[in-house]
Design a protein. Structure first.
Length: 129
């Protein structure tokens, strides 16, 4: 695959994660929804990474800030803070000692707020690609 095909691949599979995020949100499965919201942004960042680097294989990391830095894009400070919060749903949602706390703090309103921010950042990132 050439560079454009690699980028198209990551954008395409990201859209499936957005679909799952919306489905889980509608089903009130809030923690898993945000896990997929994280995956959605992660894959768009990987597409951006491919565009801005010589290689067509992005790093195997789930850290959104690291991906943004390695993709050579400047994320505004307020969005960086959001990405740190969203990283929690990728990492901590995998470990039993943390998941109960996530279920306690993840409300419907929080998910709606995050949904708006995720879509805004995704739109901005896609403009970079």
């Amino acid at each position: 695959m050439n560079k454009q095909e690699h980028i198209a691949y990551w954008i395409k599979i990201a859209s499936k994660d957005l679909d799952m995020f919306e489905f889980l949100k509608d089903q009130k499965k809030f923690v898993p929804a945000l896990f997929y919201g994280h995956l959605y942004l992660e894959k768009i960042l990987k597409a951006t990474w491919i565009k801005n680097n010589d290689d067509n294989v992005p790093p195997k990391t789930h850290n959104l800030l690291k991906l943004a830095k390695d993709a050579k894009i400047k994320i505004p400070d307020e969005q960086q803070e959001f990405l740190v919060k969203l990283n929690t749903y990728q990492i901590e949602s995998r470990y039993p000692e943390d998941i109960d706390r996530l279920y306690e703090i993840t409300t419907e309103q929080l998910v709606e707020d995050y949904f708006g921010q995720i879509k805004m950042i995704a739109t901005w990132l896609k403009e970079q690609v």
